[in-house]
Design a protein around this ligand. Structure first.
Ligand code: PLP
Length: 445
């Protein structure tokens, strides 16, 4: 026995004693000591107490280089001075009023100008609400209830987004929610064609994340998104792009890169400059269903919709995220992915990345990754490796998503990337004896 897992976990615990104590206290009042499923990892997550630029500091004073950035939302890192300044200024005038606010109009104007599929905008407090109400808009517009999702896709935490089709993992979600849902594999136009041929008349919309980030970042095949557009058009079904994450890949989101315009777009994360946010937008005739001056409009309220601090921070953040800034973080993403791929080769461990601009995902397979099934197969085969890699990277000051998701920001430079790649390579080399012992299938020499 190499004893490598025990050593890694032991080192983590020794470095994070105060986080461990807080976790025990938190477990009394928060189930599992936490309030977001995706933030948990064993043995307990480190409690972060400070973020500054690309650096996070935990309760024990350990520093981390942040490649998670609150799951892609902090595209300029922590405490960006331009964002802080407008937030402070807004605070002097109060935070939110139950009235229209100028910032809401300004941010909406910017989103409409940049994102081709967005003629009008409605704000929500999260990306989850954005997909939820976008779906309501599609149902209201078409008068149909059916929704097509990609297997393994993530669109937030409401029932319809979480429902996976597997009753075992859908605890708490009524069967009736699944009755109107259909699933197809990502990148499989034939499956969509067959489904629409059979059920097209009951289907309101197909919702798809153009590059499924939480689904493990398989890239759309050339022509896939265009093919989807053509197929839905043939059946008068609407196309919803969930760009909550992918909006960061281009000023106009992934729809601009793909040259495919959806009917509705869900947004979130970066458009709030670090504050709680979501928004959806789309074709004028669809969005006008929400006009409260019209009889029979669709209801959509929220005490904190279009919050003053969020609008100010989002506007400042997006103004700094121009084409040049996006090109720069995308190039950093490319270098990070190339460096990780090289590190896998040098360590002789089967692994690879997929990358879309500033988004990078580790995979535990050397074959092509086409859809979420491929992603899951790699992770199943990898056993405890993703977990150990994540924890040992933390031991050496690199913070990313436990599931191997990384993103780059405007406060990083190429030296930061080289440093991270170097540490990544060292950790893989240290893990190699464990891989040889428990997972020969992942050893490539
Ligand atoms: N859609 C996608 C593609 C996401 O990645 C997320 C969150 O990670 C959401 C929707 C939900 O956004 P929120 O966490 O703000 O509810």
């Amino acid at each position: 026995m190499t004893g490598i897992p025990q050593r890694i976990i032991g080192r983590f615990k020794a470095r994070t004693a105060k986080s461990q104590a807080l976790h025990a206290r938190a477990c009394q009042v928060l189930p599992g000591g936490d309030t977001r499923t995706g933030v948990y990892y064993a043995p307990y997550p480190a409690t972060m107490v400070e973020g500054n630029g690309a650096t996070l500091v935990d309760l024990d004073g350990n520093q981390y280089f942040d490649f998670l950035n609150n799951y892609t939302s902090l595209v300029h890192g922590h405490g960006h001075p331009g964002v802080m300044a407008v937030v402070r200024e807004q605070l002097t005038r109060g935070s939110v009023y139950a009235s229209p606010m100028i910032g809401q109009v300004e941010l909406a104007e910017l989103l409409c100008a940049r994102v081709p599929g967005v003629d009008m905008v409605r704000y929500t407090n999260s990306g989850s609400e954005a997909t939820m109400v976008a779906i309501r808009a599609a149902r209201g517009f078409t008068g149909r209830a059916g929704i097509v999702k990609m297997q393994g896709a993530y669109h937030g935490s409401h029932d319809l987004a979480v429902a996976s089709g597997n009753p075992d993992s859908d605890r708490g979600i009524p069967d009736a929610v699944r009755d109107d849902l259909f699933w197809v594999p990502f990148n499989d136009l034939g499956a969509v064609e067959r489904l629409l041929a059979e059920h097209g008349r009951q289907i309101a919309a197909v919702i798809v994340e153009p590059v499924p980030n939480a689904g493990g970042l398989p890239l759309p095949r050339p022509g896939y998104l265009r093919g989807l557009r053509d197929l839905v058009d043939r059946h008068s079904v609407l196309l919803i792009f969930d760009e909550v994450v992918t909006l960061r890949l281009n000023e106009g989101g992934y729809q601009t890169i793909a040259g495919v315009i959806p009917d509705l777009t869900a947004m979130g994360k970066i458009i709030g400059g670090g504050f709680a946010v979501g928004a959806f937008g789309g074709k004028r005739e669809i969005m006008l269903q929400f006009d409260p001056s019209q009889k029979g409009h669709i209801a959509h309220s929220g005490t904190f919709n279009g919050h003053g601090l969020t609008m100010a921070a989002g506007l400042a953040s997006l103004r700094c995220l121009d084409r040049e800034a996006i090109d720069r973080i995308n190039e950093l993403g490319r270098r990070l992915a190339m460096g990780f791929d090289r590190a896998f080769l040098e360590a002789g461990i089967r692994g690879r990345t997929t990358q879309a601009g500033s988004l990078v995902q580790i995979h535990w397979r050397s074959e092509v990754v086409e859809n979420m099934g491929d992603v899951q197969e790699g992770f199943r085969a990898a056993g405890d490796l993703p977990y150990l890699l994540h924890l040992e990277l933390m031991n050496r000051g690199i913070f990313a998503a436990p599931r191997g998701e990384y993103n780059t920001t405007s406060v990083m430079d190429s030296r930061d990337i080289e440093r991270a790649v170097g540490i990544f390579g060292e950790v893989l080399a240290d893990l190699k004896p464990h891989v040889q012992e428990v997972n020969q299938a992942l050893v490539c020499r």
